[in-house]
Design a protein. Structure first.
Length: 169
């Protein structure tokens, strides 16, 4: 009896994660505000800006979009994997991957998004090479390479782990 109550208590505690996902929705709204500011700044300066400044403006918007997508991946996949299934029967535009991604897939999608965001940061630095120190550029490239290597190692580890458990990837 005590064991059953303890297990029910532990199982129910997963709902403590729900407020975290709500806070991520609020953070997504904050990111939208920042994207609106960036878009306004971009549009009001596009005519007089240099080509590299226009590219930097576009890259800033791409960066914000990728970050927003990363937040959505965490919200939906995390909620479905750790809290509760989302009923999507009446939602016709529900993305195919949502509800089908497991924890391994979530880790890989997250790391892929982080690598893409990091790549955008490196590209922005290269586009603004005159205003960035060699030291800062080296750090950006080094951190990006760490993300890339981490992603590759995680993918290889998951593949080996899946093969040792008889899964086919």
């Amino acid at each position: 009896m005590f064991e059953r109550l303890l297990e029910r208590f532990i199982f129910t505690s997963r709902w403590l994660l729900a407020p975290f996902y709500v806070m991520l929705v609020v953070a997504l709204a904050g990111l939208l505000v920042k994207a609106g500011q960036e878009t306004w700044h971009f549009l009001t300066h596009a005519i007089t800006a240099s080509e590299s400044d226009v590219i930097l403006g576009v890259l800033a918007l791409v960066d914000l979009t990728l970050t927003g997508s990363l937040i959505i991946i965490v919200i939906f996949s995390g909620y479905e994997n750790f809290v509760s299934k989302i009923d999507v029967e009446e939602t016709v535009d529900w993305p195919e991957w949502m509800g089908k991604i497991d924890f391994t897939g979530l880790k890989l999608k997250l790391l892929s998004s982080i690598v893409a965001i990091s790549a955008i940061q490196v590209l922005k630095a290269f586009m603004n090479i005159r205003n960035i120190s060699d030291r800062d550029l080296a750090w950006l490239v080094g951190i990006h390479l760490v993300f890339v290597m981490s992603g590759l190692l995680m993918a290889m580890t998951d593949r080996v782990s899946g093969e040792s458990h008889g899964d086919s990837h």
